[in-house]
Write a protein that binds this ligand. Structure first.
Ligand SMILES: [Fe+2]
Length: 420
């Protein structure tokens, strides 16, 4: 039985959440996006640093487009577009909805202005609240719940995309206060044994989850261990200083090609301002000394995989180290969370699992059908959550996914190992 079908979520939303509570959550999630504008100029919100990243202004508009096209258009009685061409400009990837402005050219959209986008947001907010008050329905509640979760995902992207934008500026600007955004990992490595055998994987409901988190199904977990701590910057420094980025034996062939082609020598935001200084790390807090005890971040799948191979040879106690499968990660996180540090809120953790559908998976019906399913190719699953992730998304079944070379997200790793 497909536990994540929208009908299940519908029942949950209507049973657990009154309309007023949903309105409150809706408005709070909308405010959380505009709160991210603090410390930014209109110019900061306009620029696009690469094809994969989007301007802050585009994110703010796109999550609003989602409500206008996916929620108001089908459900509002006297629906009219605020500005009809926005339906094309701020469509991300929904072919069923129609044409899209090319992704690499989002930074060229100097119009509408940031102020116009904020005015549009206000209009859509008012109309969603009015609809929730005057015409509540299970379908409306579920679509707003999806809209909230969708906007929260974009709040994370706003921050990772800004970080990439500012890194491309030799001023290395800081737009946040100086509090470190990732707490140092506790010292002392321990290996936590998995409960080997058949384990249930996936979100059992009834609370909200994305379609790719289900259905619940069985996976065979082989005897293995998961490390209680994330790999730290200090540990990664040993990998760098050992010359691992210059040695092909640690790398998948495609990864080695990537390292050479892109001249990769360290995690994305590690920087030496001259050859004789120590590494610093760039973040939204600006350029700061590399904190040895923090979890390493902004590494690709290729780097995570190479590190596991290197660690299995070089680090005491790490014999047979490898990346965990997403099922091992979920099973251990579900059963032994008290023993595992930083499962959530520090860095996303690469797994060796290809991002693909669980047995029995069906995409959502209707307009949201393109949300996740069509991306199930050529990507790897990451588990946990990062310092940029909305706290409410911290759940053991959550599946993030990126291609093997991507590293502008807050991506790190937690090692597994086989019994010796
Ligand atoms: Fe989106």
């Amino acid at each position: 039985m497909h536990s994540n079908a929208s009908t299940d979520s519908l029942a949950c939303v209507s049973a657990e959440m009154g309309g007023q509570a949903l309105i409150k959550r809706f408005l709070s999630s909308r405010r959380a996006s505009t709160d991210l504008l603090q410390g930014l100029s209109a110019e900061d919100c306009q620029s696009q640093s690469m094809d994969d990243a989007s301007p802050t202004k585009w994110h703010l508009a796109h999550v609003t487009w989602f409500y206008e096209v996916m929620v108001l258009k089908p459900l509002e009685a006297d629906f009219q577009f605020w500005c009809a061409p926005f339906a094309v400009l701020f469509n991300s990837y929904y072919n069923i909805v129609g044409d899209k402005h090319p992704r690499p050219k989002r930074g060229l959209l100097t119009r509408p202005t940031l102020q116009e986008v904020l005015a549009w947001r206000q209009n859509i907010d008012d109309r969603i609240v009015k609809l929730l008050e005057q015409s509540p329905s299970e379908r409306l509640h579920w679509m707003v719940e999806l809209g909230i979760n969708h906007e929260e995902q974009h709040q994370e992207l706003i921050q990772t995309d800004l970080q990439h934008l500012f890194f491309n500026n030799a001023l290395y600007p800081a737009c946040r206060n100086t509090t470190p955004d990732i707490a140092p990992s506790p010292p002392g490595v321990q290996w936590i044994a998995a409960d080997a055998g058949i384990q249930a994987i996936g979100h059992p409901g009834p609370s909200f989850c994305f379609d790719n988190e289900g259905p619940v199904h069985n996976q065979l977990i082989q005897p293995c261990y998961l490390r209680n701590t994330l790999v730290t910057n200090a540990e990664w420094m040993a990998f760098v200083e050992d010359g691992a980025y210059q040695q092909s034996l640690w790398w998948l062939d495609e990864g080695w090609g990537w390292v050479q082609r892109e001249k990769i020598q360290a995690p994305l935001y590690w920087l030496k301002t001259n050859a004789h200084t120590a590494f610093e790390q760039f973040s939204l807090h600006g350029l700061q000394p590399l904190n040895a005890h923090e979890a390493v971040r902004n590494i690709s799948y290729f780097e995570a995989e190479a590190y596991a191979r290197w660690a299995s040879v070089h680090l005491p106690g790490h014999e047979n180290a490898r990346l965990p499968t997403e099922f091992e990660w979920e099973s251990l996180a579900r059963n032994k969370s008290a023993l595992l540090h930083d499962l959530f809120g520090a860095v996303w953790q690469w797994t060796s699992s290809a991002y693909t559908a669980y047995p029995g998976y069906r995409p959502w019906s209707g307009l949201a059908g393109e949300y996740n399913g069509k991306f199930m190719v050529n990507q790897f699953v990451l588990r946990g959550s990062s310092a940029f992730t909305t706290h409410a998304h911290s759940r053991v079944s959550y599946r993030n996914f990126f291609p093997s070379h991507a590293r502008w997200q807050l991506t790190g790793l937690r090692l597994a190992k086989d019994p010796s």
